[in-house]
Design a protein around this ligand. Structure first.
Ligand SMILES: [Zn+2]
Length: 438
């Protein structure tokens, strides 16, 4: 905490207020430090406040007047702003109630804080118990902290350039209930968890395939500002052991800066089809466990059912062209996408379609084509997904699918220089952890 803040805090007088002061020191410290809120707890000495001193002073005063003494739990949530997301979607996931979100978007649409927000950015929001948005923060790729605080009825912009220094970090964990529970336990941010799921999305369906006892190891960038961890960056290498089978990945960018994930042997991890058509997030990943089991009995048509909250993003699993989009009594709102090689995929019970999608629209793997719903014959919100080969329903797991191109032969030497040390570190970490578990 910097000096001016401390000075302001110590101006508060009486005994009762000094108790309040202590609370507020903790609260201030645990406010806007990126990536750490959910991941690393809120110990004051690991925390860092970026709010300009002036804004802190004012929000502090307001807070002391407006809030009861025991409402000192600053409630920050973190979500990734995805491709195809609207600001309203993002705010809803961040726990900002709809009414407030709509009014908010109308007010600040033209502001820099919203215009600079790019897909893939992790955004943190602080809300009141009733869902009122109190503050929002994100850090741009160039290390600019941007956001605002709500002061009374107004929003005050916050902006600061951070001198971010990257460092490699390594963590590992074991899945007992869910991936997010495991990454929380390992002190990893949601950003890292989602990247892990994205990297292996061609091999593992993170909604259905995870088992207790699955293990992961990750090597990733962590950015520091003045010695404090601020935000996690790119995953550099990872191993995921799913049902006893090991999948490994290293990040490699060629001389032109174009990068991707490969096995340590140089095979491309990108597959023609994603294993799951559902966006992987903290909310969607935990939903199936709370879902009514009656859905499991409805399997006459041999699709795969994904229970997920209404509004969860549905992604097209491979490049293709929309062959049909419309409504049927059984499927409800549905989309059929035709792919190369006689493959087609079906997405049913949608609550809505992506804007502008119609017959003949070209789509790319991972594009958001609609949202989960329960239209048609559905007893709860879920996505019904079918995978067909020459119009026959097939289990995608049993169909051999082509992968993207491996590392070209002339780049294998350069690739090895990056991949070998990372693979060695992964091995070392795995062996260390196995020894600890024994
Ligand atoms: Zn179904």
């Amino acid at each position: 905490m910097n000096k001016p803040e401390t000075r302001i805090l110590t101006q508060i007088g009486s005994r009762r207020e000094s108790k309040l002061r202590l609370r507020w020191i903790v609260t201030l410290c645990s406010l806007p430090f990126f990536g750490m809120v959910a991941a690393f707890g809120t110990a004051p000495d690991t925390a860092f406040s970026f709010v300009p001193t002036r804004a802190v002073v004012e929000s502090l005063d307001l807070a002391l007047q407006a809030q009861p003494a025991d409402s000192d739990q600053a409630f920050w949530r973190e979500e990734r702003f995805g491709r195809g997301d609207t600001i309203a979607d993002l705010l809803a996931r961040l726990g900002v109630n709809d009414e407030e979100a709509r009014a908010f978007v109308a007010r600040v649409k033209a502001e820099r804080s919203i215009q600079l927000l790019r897909p893939g950015t992790t955004v943190q929001a602080r809300t009141a118990d009733d869902g009122t948005l109190l503050a929002l923060r994100y850090i741009t790729d160039k290390g600019r902290l941007i956001g605002f605080d709500k002061l009374g009825a107004e929003f005050r912009a916050v902006e600061q350039q951070l001198a971010l220094v990257p460092q490699q970090q390594m963590k590992s964990g074991e899945i007992r209930s869910s991936l997010f529970a495991a990454t929380d336990a390992a002190g990893l941010s949601d950003n890292v968890a989602v990247q892990l799921a994205d990297i292996f999305a061609g091999d593992v369906d993170f909604h259905r395939d995870l088992r207790r006892g699955d293990k992961f190891t990750v090597i990733y960038e962590m950015f520091y500002h003045e010695g404090r961890a601020i935000k996690s960056g790119r995953l550099l290498a990872a191993e995921f052991i799913n049902q006893g089978r090991s999948y490994r990945a290293v990040w490699y960018a060629d001389s032109e800066g174009k990068g991707g994930y490969y096995t340590p042997e140089g095979k491309n991890l990108r597959k023609a089809f994603l294993r799951s058509p559902l966006e992987f997030s903290r909310i969607s990943s935990g939903f199936a466990m709370r879902f009514h089991p009656i859905l499991r009995e409805w399997r006459a048509h041999k699709g795969i059912d994904y229970a997920a909250p209404t509004g969860t993003q549905v992604k097209v699993t491979a490049d293709g062209v929309v062959e049909a989009i419309g409504r049927q009594s059984g499927y409800g709102n549905f989309i059929v996408v035709k792919h190369h090689g006689g493959f087609s995929t079906y997405y049913a019970h949608l609550s809505r379609f992506a804007e502008g999608l119609r017959n003949g629209t070209r789509v790319h793997q991972g594009d958001v084509i609609g949202r989960v719903g329960q239209t048609g014959w559905a007893t709860g919100p879920h996505l019904h997904y079918e995978f067909r080969v020459n119009n026959e329903v097939r289990n995608p797991l049993t169909v051999a699918l082509p992968a993207a191109l491996p590392i070209p032969a002339q780049q294998l030497a350069a690739f090895g220089k990056v991949a070998t040390p990372l693979a060695t570190e992964l091995n070392l970490l795995r062996d260390t952890n196995l020894a600890l578990l024994e």
